[in-house]
Design a protein around this ligand. Structure first.
Ligand SMILES: [Mg+2]
Length: 234
């Protein structure tokens, strides 16, 4: 049986197109820093120790560490939901800003089409919100790529997000499958996939160097989605 093929969205099917003013010293990551600072401020206000979240430099890590702390310290489900909803606000601000400058990668639709013709079942696991995923994946400007996926899991259907394997494990349950390949562009994709027991294919849109790539133990590294059928043995 052919393995289930799972995809990440941002950096894998769509990508941020950096306007000229983002090149050089002024980067898109200026506002990103303050978004993380906002998230930290919120969770510290709700009792999460500052020394726990202060060293964290990624939104996903702040998100997961916060939930873990709240769950382990007798916060009620309602209290946890309230805190996560509050830090979701700056998360959404960053997400919308990223998506405003995101475009469809030219190889996405031909790549998905080829895999579908070969009989692969495909799904999508993203850290983005359900709202953003549904809007982008059904938009003609993005090739309606959601049509290729029977199931998708977003941040809104998972307690923990990548690099935690939970979102991948959830989609495996929906398909009732365990053999899978996950295609993603980041370290968090690699760690989530490896922890869930899958084969990781790195689409190296971030231009990671070879030493970094080695840390992910990828099954394969590709530059374009259309390389997948051959990588998968077709
Ligand atoms: Mg990504």
């Amino acid at each position: 049986m052919k393995p289930l093929i799972l995809f990440d969205m941002d950096g894998t099917l769509i990508i941020q197109e950096k306007p000229p003013e983002y090149q050089g010293t002024k980067t898109h990551y200026g506002p990103y820093m303050s978004i993380k600072a906002q998230m930290k401020e919120i969770v510290i206000k709700h009792g999460v120790p500052s020394e726990l979240v202060f060293p964290l430099n990624r939104m996903a890590l702040i998100w997961n560490a916060t939930r873990l702390y709240l769950e382990e310290h007798d916060y009620t489900d309602a209290e946890i939901k309230a805190v996560m909803t509050e830090i979701n606000e700056p998360f959404m601000v960053e997400e919308r800003a990223d998506h405003e400058i995101s475009v469809l990668i030219p190889d996405t639709i031909p790549g998905l089409e080829a895999l579908q013709k070969l009989g692969y079942e495909m799904g999508l696991v993203t850290t983005a919100s359900r709202e953003s995923y549904d809007r982008i994946s059904s938009d003609h400007a993005y090739g309606c790529f959601g049509d290729y996926f029977k199931h998708s899991i977003t941040r809104d259907e998972s307690r923990y997000i990548k690099p935690d394997p939970e979102p991948i494990n959830r989609i495996l349950e929906l398909y009732n499958r365990d053999e899978f390949v996950y295609i993603g562009d980041s370290d968090h994709d690699a760690y989530a996939c490896n922890a869930a027991g899958g084969r990781f294919v790195l689409l190296n849109t971030r231009c990671y160097d070879i030493d970094t790539v080695d840390m992910f133990s990828p099954y394969a590294v590709i530059e374009r989605l259309s390389e997948l059928p051959e990588i998968l043995g077709n």
